[in-house]
Design a protein around this ligand. Structure first.
Ligand SMILES: NC(=O)c1ccc[n+]([C@@H]2O[C@H](COP(=O)([O-])OP(=O)(O)OC[C@H]3O[C@@H](n4cnc5c(N)ncnc54)[C@H](O)[C@@H]3O)[C@@H](O)[C@H]2O)c1
Ligand SMILES: N[C@H](CO)Cc1c[nH]c[nH+]1
Ligand SMILES: [Zn+2]
Length: 435
């Protein structure tokens, strides 16, 4: 292996993780026990606000969003249209269906139903992420979820009017101003004033992400979509300005956001290592960037393209951008398997999918793309199976085989259940008057 590390993020320490674990579990326990009182207590502690109520009424929302300028409304409406189009396309791949087996005597099938209620977390600590509202609520609506509960942090200029317009227009049925761990706890366990939901969706910072991980089981969660990440594979054909700003576009989300350049150009690797501080100073988000680049930025030089691909597959980033020749692009598409979303050429930056291209921007982080893709309409659906035995020949055969296997496993109740079926066969089709 000839990979050379020019800059590597420091390893995370175990201590960080265990203190995060206990902070989150303490807050969640309290919310489960004390409900609204605990939500207020932690809103004061973490968001520095004393709130009497969390629900925003329809009138309050409509009053606020009427002040949004028409140009911004148009921008949001257009984004809603594009994101809806892709979510509907995804929905078209889910359908009720059945097959007949055992010479048409047995039916096996699946029935697609939406979950009843979804909690959508809309991050707004550092930046009010309007697009995260759309990415969660639109697929829920397209899937047919009836109760869609949006939660977003309170604070100065929060909820931002644009975010509120997006939440409302996309179709949330309840909106609460609760952020962080408190929001995830309230959605999972419910409180005196908030009904729990069946599944929680949406990205967030390390507290939100850990809270989702801890409530999983008691409720469903979509995936772990924590602090943003980007990995860029660049060869000698790449444009260094595009590479630098695309790394910084994700690194500016959070001091915990990760950015990584993997390149086969040693010249570019060295240049970027020296010049990144200059690029950082050109952006208004420089304070966050100085930290995230120092702590979580990396530059890896590989002396052949195969190694670059191997490094990227092992890193398993949230976003993966290709700034490479056409020949390399084809090879990369074939060999890359671990990414939340892939950006195929230098004309297709992450910012497009972050906001509006139409694919979902809620994506796996922290190497979770090894085992899952990003949020999609299927996460709001349940694929339920059913089966029906109609004929005597199939029943006898199934009964015999199930009986034998139950005996092998030592499950006598199962064996009895199977055995009885063959003895007490009832012809459903004849009895119900069917052919
Ligand atoms: N992976 C994805 O798909 C994706 C998509 C969009 C955004 N993101 C990420 O979402 C995150 C948004 O983070 P954010 O912080 O701006 O907003 P956020 O809404 O996720 O978190 C803000 C909340 O965090 C809580 N909080 C802050 N400090 C705390 C502390 N010390 N202890 C306990 N709770 C605390 C507060 O209650 C606050 O309301 C970023 O990391 C961004 O990269 C990820
Ligand atoms: N890059 C984020 C996902 O990691 C999504 C986003 C929304 N707005 C801006 N960026
Ligand atoms: Zn982004």
């Amino acid at each position: 292996m000839t990979t050379e590390i020019l800059k590597l993020e420091p390893e995370r320490t175990e201590d960080d993780l265990s203190s995060l674990y206990s902070t989150v579990s303490d807050v969640l326990k309290d919310i489960k026990k004390e409900g609204d009182r605990a939500v207020s207590k932690y809103t004061l502690k973490f968001d520095k606000l004393q709130l009497e109520k969390f629900l925003l009424s329809k009138d309050e929302i409509e009053n606020k969003i009427k002040n949004l300028n028409p140009k911004t409304k148009d921008l949001i409406d257009e984004n809603i249209t594009r994101i809806t189009k892709f979510a509907r396309f995804q929905l078209s791949m889910y359908r009720d269906m059945q097959i007949e087996v055992d010479g048409n005597e047995t039916v096996l099938g699946q029935k697609i139903v939406p979950i009843s209620s979804a909690g959508i977390y809309v991050p707004a600590g550092r930046f009010p992420l309007l697009s995260s509202a759309l990415m969660g609520i639109i697929p829920a609506k397209v899937a047919g979820v009836k109760r869609i509960v949006a939660m977003t942090p309170p604070g100065e200029n929060r909820p931002d009017i644009g975010v509120l317009y997006g939440i409302y227009k996309a179709g949330a049925t309840e909106v609460y101003t609760i952020g962080g761990i408190q929001a995830i706890g309230a959605l999972a366990y419910g409180t005196e004033t908030i009904k729990p939901v069946d599944k929680i969706f949406g990205p967030g910072n390390k507290y939100v992400n850990e809270a989702k991980r801890q409530v999983f089981g008691e409720v469903g969660i979509d995936l772990l979509a924590g602090p943003s990440e980007v990995l860029i594979i660049a060869d000698e054909t790449a444009n260094i300005d595009l590479v630098a700003y695309d790394l910084l576009a994700q690194a500016e989300h959070d001091i915990a956001a990760r950015s990584c350049l993997v390149t086969t150009s040693r010249e570019m690797a060295l240049k970027l290592k020296n010049e990144m501080p200059k690029y950082i100073e050109t952006l208004a988000t420089r304070e966050i960037l100085r930290v995230s680049w120092k702590e979580k930025g990396s530059i890896i030089y590989c002396n052949n393209f195969d190694e670059a691909l191997e490094y990227a597959n092992n890193y398993a980033p949230e976003h993966l951008e290709l700034h490479v020749s056409i020949k390399h692009r084809e090879e990369a598409f074939e060999k890359l398997d671990n990414f939340g979303s892939l950006f195929m050429n230098q004309n297709t930056p992450v910012v497009f999918s972050d906001k509006l291209i139409g694919t979902n921007h809620t994506l796996p982080t922290n190497r979770a793309s090894r085992y899952t893709g990003g949020l999609n309409v299927g996460a709001f659906l349940k694929v339920l199976t059913f089966q029906e035995v109609l004929g005597e020949v199939a029943l006898k055969e199934l009964s015999r085989r199930a009986f034998e296997q139950s005996k092998l496993e030592g499950l006598s109740g199962h064996a009895k259940s199977a055995e009885l079926r063959a003895k007490l066969f009832k012809d459903i089709r004849i009895n119900s008057g069917e052919e």
